[in-house]
Ligand binder design. Structure first.
Ligand SMILES: Cc1ncc(COP(=O)(O)O)c(C=O)c1O
Length: 420
């Protein structure tokens, strides 16, 4: 039944019925967490054979002695492997330790303190702005909020951010210094930027010479199905336009091998990498090359695409289950739409405006924790109070089904209360 077509009496009846269902879930004493996009145990188990490749007898002397200081750019073997995988040159990639978010933070911290491209440090330039496609990744927004940027929300459609608005702001306002992008299977809506969007990014002529695109390719190979929507390589597109310094690309194996114990990297023009390497060379004598080399050995046996097919075998049923439960429970009520991503880690739900916070709080009272409503918007404030990010990867299927039913009944109660 479409709730918007019901009389007040019918709405009241339906509210009572849904409250009964809700109370049954509440009485079950559930304790489920759907808040963050973590890989599940079965996914992490896929990479355990990595440890069978190393023992005290393993030769860790290859392009360098992986056990010793040095090689600030990371183990050459893995740099070459990633460069081939990502379609860039080895000199354009620098490896780090486990977290790409850490590199993003550090890259911005350096820009704040030391500047970019010979421009004054960002923290000496007064009030600055940062563009944030929405809905987006809360940890991105938190970094630029911490550094004091004014965060400007940029609407997205199925092709990526509104490029008319991006071009207008970037090309006319010198206080706009950057933009966050998750170009493939965006967090949370699962959008893959179209070729035209990537080409328009590549062709940007910023008013500020120290403007940078932070291209977070966290889900570059995280397909749920056979990949039928490839992403253009922004660095190469920009290079073809002599504009290659405009972009930093980030990525990691957090959701390929081990979250928190994988390898992260930054890809950028040689000029950008050389500048970063100079600064990083003062910060550290080098990253964990043993882990780099171990990943290299592992990917020789288990290439990334083979491994990711196994991940999708575990994850696709979870994404399909969420879609099935929402279709069964709420599709007819006219109170919610949701994304049907072909990859990545999230499903984005748009509820009846003004009901997202109430839905998350009802679910929490029932023992099911979702990402806080508003988290997908700058400053944690969704102007519509409508968007909720679902992270289906961590829980086992049975728990996921229960959690989604609690989500559905909570959304129905919130919508009915609002309509009444
Ligand atoms: C878009 C995006 N970027 C980065 C990260 C974190 O990456 P890392 O583990 O490499 O720090 C996440 C984790 O959820 C993410 O969704």
């Amino acid at each position: 039944m479409d709730y918007k077509l019901l009389t007040k009496e019918k709405l009241q009846e339906e509210l009572e019925a849904q409250k009964k269902i809700y109370q049954e879930y509440k009485a079950a004493g559930l304790k489920l967490n759907m808040a963050r996009g973590k890989p599940c145990k079965e996914q992490l188990d896929l990479s355990m054979p990595m440890f069978d490749l190393i023992s005290s007898a393993t030769n860790l002397i290859a392009s360098a002695d992986m056990r010793n200081y040095g090689e600030a750019m990371g183990a050459l073997e893995l740099r070459e492997y990633f460069a081939g995988y990502c379609g860039v040159q080895t000199q354009e990639i620098m490896l780090s330790d486990s977290s790409s978010l850490n590199i993003m933070y550090d890259t911005l911290q350096r820009a704040m303190q030391f500047g970019i491209a010979g421009a004054p440090p960002l923290n000496s330039q007064g009030k600055l702005k940062w563009l944030c496609p929405v809905p987006g990744y809360d940890r991105h927004f938190a970094i630029t909020e911490l550094f004091g940027f004014e965060l400007i929300g940029i609407p997205m459609d199925e092709n990526g951010p509104d490029m008319d608005l991006v071009e207008h702001l970037v090309q006319n306002d010198a206080s706009v210094k950057g933009i966050w992008c998750v170009p493939k299977y965006s967090n949370p809506a699962g959008i893959v930027y179209s070729d035209e969007t990537v080409r328009r990014f590549a062709a940007l002529k910023p008013k500020a010479k120290d403007f940078r695109i932070f291209w977070d390719n966290a889900y570059m190979c995280h397909h749920l199905y056979n990949d039928d929507t490839p992403l253009l390589n922004l660095l190469n597109e920009a290079k073809a336009r002599n504009n290659e310094d405009i972009v930093y690309t980030f990525g990691s194996t957090s959701k390929i091998t081990f979250a928190g114990a994988g390898v992260s990297f930054i890809i950028a023009s040689k000029k950008n990498i050389d500048y970063l390497a100079k600064l990083i060379g003062i910060q550290t004598i080098g990253p964990n090359k043993i882990n780099h080399y171990l990943h290299y050995l592992f990917f020789q046996k288990e290439p990334i695409d083979t491994l990711m097919k196994k991940h999708s075998g575990i994850l696709t049923p979870k994404f399909e289950l969420v879609d099935r439960v929402l279709t069964q429970e709420v599709a007819d009520c006219g109170i919610m739409s949701w994304s049907k991503p072909k990859g990545g880690y999230f499903i984005s739900c748009d509820l009846m405006p003004g009901t997202a916070k109430r839905t998350v709080s009802l679910a929490r009272e029932c023992g099911v924790v979702f990402t806080p409503a508003g988290a997908t918007y700058p400053y944690g404030k969704d102007p519509q109070d409508a968007n909720i990010r679902i992270a289906p990867t961590l829980p086992p299927l049975e728990e996921l089904e229960t959690a989604m039913k609690v989500f559905a009944v909570s959304a129905k109660i919130s919508a009915l209360e609002k309509l009444i």
